[in-house]
Design a protein around this ligand. Structure first.
Ligand SMILES: Nc1nc2c(ncn2[C@@H]2O[C@H](COP(=O)(O)OP(=O)(O)O)[C@@H](O)[C@H]2O)c(=O)[nH]1
Ligand SMILES: [Mg+2]
Length: 194
């Protein structure tokens, strides 16, 4: 299993024309702001500080591209769901993400970070529908699983699996803190990128 020894930041896109070259394969990471997306990317790639863990949710409206190896990328999509953003910013986010999903031929799948204490929300479900409609893979990480006791974690897992039961979406528990589910997540990425 790969731990991506050569991972590096590639480029950021604030506008549609700034996307990285659309070659090889890439996996997008999405989720509500504060869902633990950046922390998950850092844990999976074993690089503290590769994706910035933010104290000010909603500030970054950038698509960040990381190269794992030539022609293999992770893509950090801007978070959604934060309350106090102007409509203009929200609209820009929507247009940028929609453009990304529409044009991106190298996109193989979406990893969706969902805070295990919140469970799957409407916007999360919307993201999943977007990628499934484009015949890509989708995998849900129920993040911060360390914050739940075993019983509650298993219940959230069951509920999320049930909510996705008539789709190809796969679901797992994940904690960047305890490394629960880390190998499972890396196996999914390796499979999609192979
Ligand atoms: N306990 C715990 N906290 C986490 C975990 N992952 C992220 N966090 C915390 O959740 C907050 C948001 O994380 P961040 O990665 O910035 O979320 P993002 O906005 O989705 O990129 C930070 O305070 C993190 O330290 C986890 O696995 N366990
Ligand atoms: Mg982040």
């Amino acid at each position: 299993m790969s731990t991506y020894p050569n991972v590096k930041f590639l480029t950021s896109a604030a506008e549609a024309h700034q996307l990285a070259r659309d070659e090889g394969r890439e996996i997008a990471f999405a989720g509500r702001s504060n869902s633990g997306k950046s922390t998950a990317i850092n844990a999976i790639t074993q690089r503290t500080g590769l994706a910035r863990v933010s104290r000010t949710p909603g500030r970054t409206q950038l698509i960040n591209f990381f190269e794992l190896e030539p022609d293999r990328r992770l893509v950090d999509l801007p978070g959604y769901g934060f309350a106090r953003v102007p409509d203009k910013v929200r609209l820009h986010w929507l247009q940028l993400i929609e453009h990304y999903f529409n044009v991106r031929e190298s996109l193989v799948g979406l990893v969706l970070m969902v805070d295990s204490r919140r469970g799957l929300g409407t916007q999360d479900a919307g993201m999943l529908e977007w990628v499934l409609a484009r015949d890509r893979f989708a995998h849900v990480l129920l993040t911060k699983a360390d914050k739940l006791n075993r019983q509650d974690a298993q219940r959230v897992l069951r509920e999320t699996v049930a909510a996705c039961s008539d789709t190809t979406v796969t679901v797992q528990l994940f904690s960047a803190q305890t490394h629960q589910g880390l190998d499972e997540a890396r196996e999914v990425l390796d499979r999609w990128l192979a």
